[in-house]
Design a binder for this molecule. Sequence first.
Ligand code: XMP
Length: 507
Amino acid sequence: MIIIVDFGSQTTHLISRRIKELGAPCKVIVPENIKEINKKETKGIILSGGPASVYAKGAPSIDPEIFSFNIPILGICYGFQLMAKLLGGKVVAGKREYGPAGLKISNFKFQISNGLPKAFVVWMSHGDEIIELPKGFTTIGSTEHFPFAFVNNLKKKIIGVQFHPEVEHTEFGSVVLKNFIEICNIKTAEHLIDTEEIEKNIKKIAGESYVIGAVSGGVDSTVASTLAANAIGKKFIPIYVDNGLMRAGTREHLKEIFDHIGINLRIIDAKKETLIKLKGVTSPEEKRMLIGKSYIRVFEKEMKRLVKQGKNVEYLLQGTIYSDVIESKGTKHAAKIKSHHNVGGLPKNMKLKLLEPLRHLYKDEVRRLGKKLGLPEDFVRKQPFPGPGYAVRIRGEVTAQRLQREKQADAIVLAELEKAGVLQNVFLSFPVMTSAYSTAVKGDGRQFGEVIALRIIESKDIMTTTWARLPYDLLQKISSRIVNEVPGISRVVYDITTKPPATMEWE
Ligand code: XMP
């Protein structure tokens, strides 16, 4: 198998997904456990990226002995920089680069560059730079800013890439990884996500317990619910907490979906309490904690009610997926980007145990599962919507008035994208109430109103994102409708930032 050494990258788990998709078995370990690797079974080693700088105090490192194992090694980003430093090269705090860059291949004579074109787009996410390669390395490719973006040591079978071949937006990334698997001489076999296996596992974990399901109206929690319903039938009790922060129509849509699945959905109205709890709260982390906690308290109340009826409830099913986990500091060396309400935003003293069957999957994998499970196509392709809903799309305090404006603007964006026939092509679209104010002249009068930022993006797995290149006329139409129809809005700006560096949501 291939051993992936995790230095805390947001995309280490994504590397393992890609390797498995290409048919090779792999395992992720932390660098501290390198001594435990079995040299006979290990056919290749990948050193992941990570948030640290190789010279930072406490930065994770690795025993340099691995470079004499005579096993092919691929160093990615931080993994490449660490390798360069340990082998005698020079790494400095250099030009930072986050997002797309053009890579030019100058050397085609190595197996690792098989099948690559002369130039293609790769994605970067780093602050340090290698300015001197260790002895024995040859350059394969460079970008405008980085002469050593792709290098190889043929004799030692060590490859280094400054870019991320594992992310969706790096063109030919899977070709680089496939070439590496071939260099490792691994026999590949098809890798499938087995729904029956997941269902069996849910049944095993739940045992005699009833399971409460946290349903949000999105694809993830609905797919998790379908799996749970298949696994334990009527012992699964899905609950939707309507806190008024979700898109219009969610409640009705959910009822339809759960009728389709054939389970009764319990709906709990918490609209008033939620707004009261959010009064005066401006910090995004605090909003997430508050919402995460209030969801759990509602579910615990339900648990008590069911226990009184003689039903033993131990578990809460959530549709958590891997992108939620990793952004909430899901691994030892990872940085915390934000505490997703269903992961880092949960209260410490929870009475319910979590059941998260999709915790290791990505959005596009969950969509495929949903399709396989027979969920309607338009539902499976539905835009994701964050658990804390509009609360994290309104910067600063969430008041009833700002919530109303956000909802109105959101409906306009959705309607116009639909009318233009592009709604199905975008991954996510939403207005952000920015808390920034600007001057407008409306009907010859002055207005000092709030600025709305439009975020309309394309992605598959949530890990990387580009902004949607929509026709100008469509953007104009959306902008005009928002400033004309939504009270108190003075201006609309279009967010043209990729992820990385910007996250999808603003908070
Ligand atoms: P970011 O902004 O982190 O968004 O790039 C990635 C995806 O996660 C959603 N999101 C959340 N989902 N709880 C959730 O269930 C949260 O606290 C949360 N924050 C962001 C976001 O809408 C996008 O789909």
